[in-house]
Write a protein that binds this ligand. Structure first.
Ligand code: AMP
Ligand code: GLY
Length: 417
């Protein structure tokens, strides 16, 4: 079966690679794709937010499955357009994608399903915001209700900054601060009328969100990630399945908007137990990079099973032993801005050397025959090793071979694990 992957980032490059390694997959197409993906996929151009254009491309290519990577097309209903054209699509309906598209909606679903999360208030006026900030106290957490491409959340001790952020948004969720390490648990979700929902959690991963070492500086899309988490409780996945994932998908099904695709639970392991920080409705980036590097099951049957309601007939995902670590290289100015056109050297010769270090492209382009930066997060060096420290040292050896002007990366990804 041929597959079309929609998106341009590191997440989509990692998915394209995993699909290309699945012997059940014929041609992998990526649209719009990026230069790194062209090694394993045929690139096509498309406006990812235009449902009829994506459906028309899928029909023209004759693919059996469309995989939608980013949240914006999912929230915009691109998956619905693809399904309406009679083509299987991995990714939720627009109605189910509201779990990421509106933080207030996600809170409402969690409340109805009894899912543990930070207590919160939805605020629309400065007076409501002021009252909520005072009720919860510092550190203040203020979230734009809608999609904000990773820029919608401010966590600060500065009450004025919290109030200013709220003022800049129409509608915000103000909530209690959650302490404790953050963990990402992704789950493949399928649904059919007779069996209801099937949920297959993936191995937990951890993302490093702040730009600087020691979790300093502003939030980014994610500067690195690793899996598995040797320090996490053995029963973490079970607990998350029973207290978070299942209740949420059951509540969505009860509302007549079953969730299918990938449910991303962003969790804080607080002293009072597991709490949901956020839901996303797609694979996370960069966590998907180490996860795909360790996946020991063919990817197509899992994605197709989730898309077509037959996930329960597919064995749950299996994992290779060892660990995988991704270190992201970002461009000058990130995350406030990004730098385009800086020439990148040293990315060749990874694939095939020993196969355990890969360069995943995120914000790259070809200009005048050169590979150049074209975004904030430029690439991710992903390494597999016998354990986290082995994978980590291979990833940093890879980073040392690559350079471009203004490159920034964290030196403490997966350190001390
Ligand atoms: P979100 O987009 O909701 O994931 O928020 C982005 C980041 O802000 C999270 O990954 C956390 O690091 C931080 N954050 C969000 N909500 C909270 C909270 N209630 N307490 C502490 N940190 C938070
Ligand atoms: N790793 C964070 C995200 O994908 O939203």
């Amino acid at each position: 079966m041929d597959v079309l992957v929609i998106g341009t980032g590191g997440r989509e490059h990692a998915l394209v690679r995993a699909l290309a390694h699945d012997s059940g997959v014929g041609t992998v197409y990526a649209a719009p794709g990026n230069p790194g993906m062209s090694a394993s996929a045929t690139l096509r151009d498309v406006d990812a937010l235009d449902g009829s254009a994506v459906a028309a491309l899928a029909r023209e290519l004759g693919v059996g499955l469309v995989v939608i990577g980013p949240e914006a097309p999912l929230v915009a209903g691109v998956g619905d357009s693809v399904r309406a054209a009679g083509i299987a699509c991995f990714g939720p309906t627009a109605a189910a994608a509201r779990l990421e598209g509106s933080k207030a909606f996600a809170k409402e679903v969690m409340a109805a399903a009894g899912v543990p999360t930070a207590s919160s208030r939805v605020c629309e006026t400065p007076d409501e915001v002021a009252a909520a900030l005072d009720a919860f106290g510092p550190p203040y957490v203020v979230k734009d209700d809608g999609l904000a491409a990773g820029k919608g959340v401010v966590v600060t001790d500065d009450r004025q900054r919290a109030a200013d952020h709220a003022e800049a948004c129409d509608r915000v969720v103000v909530e209690e601060y959650l302490d404790g390490p953050e963990v990402s648990v992704f789950a493949l979700c399928g649904w059919n009328e007779s069996d209801g929902v099937t949920v297959y959690p993936l191995q937990p991963a951890q993302d490093f969100k702040r730009i600087h070492d020691g979790d300093q500086g502003p939030n980014t899309g994610g500067m690195g990630a690793y899996t598995p988490l040797g320090w996490a409780p053995d029963d973490l996945v079970d607990e998350v399945l029973h207290t978070v994932l299942r209740p949420t998908v059951d509540e969505m099904a009860r509302r007549g908007t079953p969730f299918t695709g990938l449910l991303y639970a962003g969790l804080a392991l607080t002293s009072r137990g597991v709490r949901v920080v956020e839901f996303n409705v797609r694979f996370g980036d960069p966590e998907t990079q180490p996860l795909m590097a360790l996946l020991d099951s063919p990817l197509l049957p899992l994605l197709l099973g989730a898309a077509t309601g037959s996930l329960a007939d597919i064995p749950p995902p299996a994992w290779k032993p060892g660990a995988a670590v991704t270190v992201v290289m970002a461009s000058k100015g990130y995350p406030e801005s990004s730098s385009r056109g800086d020439v990148i050297t040293g990315v060749d010769g990874f694939d095939g050397r020993d196969g355990d270090v890969q360069v995943i492209h995120a914000g790259t382009a070809i200009e005048d025959g050169h590979l150049v930066t074209a975004g904030g997060r430029v690439l991710g060096v992903t390494a597999v090793g016998t354990d986290v420290s082995d994978a980590r040292s291979k990833a940093y050896d890879g980073i040392a071979r690559i350079s471009f002007p203004g490159a920034q990366w964290r030196t403490d990804i997966a350190a001390g694990r």
